[in-house]
Design a protein around this ligand. Sequence first.
Ligand SMILES: NC(=O)c1ccc[n+]([C@@H]2O[C@H](COP(=O)([O-])OP(=O)(O)OC[C@H]3O[C@@H](n4cnc5c(N)ncnc54)[C@H](O)[C@@H]3O)[C@@H](O)[C@H]2O)c1
Length: 340
Amino acid sequence: MKDQKLAVGIIGLGIISMAHEKGLLDAQDMASVVAICDIDEQKVNQRARPYNARVYTDYRQLLADPQVDVVDIILPHNLHHPVAAAAIECGKHVLIEKPLTMNSSDGYDLIERAKKEKIKFSAAENTRFVQAYLEMEKILFSGELGDIYSVRTLIAGSEIHRLLDTGNWKGKAKGSGGGVIMDAAPHTFYLLRWLFGGVRTLQATAQKLVDVSEVEDNALLFGELNNGALFTAQFSFTTEAPWTERLEVNGSQGSVIIDHITNPVGILYQGTSDFSGRSLDIPYEPELWKIKSIASGVYDFISAVWNDREPSVDPADANYAIYAVEKSYQSVQSGDTVTL
Ligand SMILES: NC(=O)c1ccc[n+]([C@@H]2O[C@H](COP(=O)([O-])OP(=O)(O)OC[C@H]3O[C@@H](n4cnc5c(N)ncnc54)[C@H](O)[C@@H]3O)[C@@H](O)[C@H]2O)c1
């Protein structure tokens, strides 16, 4: 057992940082928050208080803090690569929110830098920790669904408010690197790689319904997976309902439908007359499933550093997701089917 806890620095105190803080609290036997950074001085002072943490408004000052071992980066997309690269250079272990970077060559660059510096590096890809998908993994492994014919996914919620705010990075091509494809599709591509071996070909279309925004807010993708199954993936930033992710898997022996805002969350059907189906062992937590999975990802990363093991999310898989995002934009622009 080590005698000193890991010292964590958080960079970026936006909407999703609370879920990271929950993960760090769960890992309090292994780590404590010692430094916090945001450009918003009032926010950073307020949020540092409960930890009695050191306060920074410039991330370079936090990275220069010799007492910080681990950095948790929760920033707009255009800052992921520069801040993570600087953190690795300072010898910190680095966890970074999805998307890993805005393009796969930057992602590859970070992976190589992390290897060279022998630090732990991962993406906070919460998909890996969503209980419904862990249940789906078990069902697929059991072979209960038979041969998989098709997979359908949806990620939907509303970002209309942020897209209408022309000062917010979310609707800016430079800050976000794209719209709903850059923002939401990394989750889906990570999932498709994890459960079905990834995407072989795809075609993508995208629309922008919010006029003042610079980025697409709706997208539809379809194609073929590496296991031969067909897939469709839909993404929406303009759905005025609680954020959800839906996954439908259809096989020769049955189908599973998962949706985080329906109760039960997951049902396995076996045949066209199986009207009631079998409810899967997934708690109905429409407000918490996302937060809990993000917190579990943060906990996993801290535990990986503490126990000197690899994090459960391989950054190469998070970077595959960015590669697939690039391919999707290529298809949107050309109108052609692309091969991965
Ligand atoms: N895993 C998920 O499901 C999930 C959900 C939401 C967001 N995210 C990701 O989390 C990241 C942050 O998203 P968000 O919605 O919390 O954004 P946000 O806009 O709410 O927060 C970003 C924060 O970064 C701060 N900031 C901006 N520039 C900075 C700088 N140079 N130095 C220090 N701080 C700076 C801002 O002041 C703000 O507090 C993004 O990568 C996003 O894709 C992931």
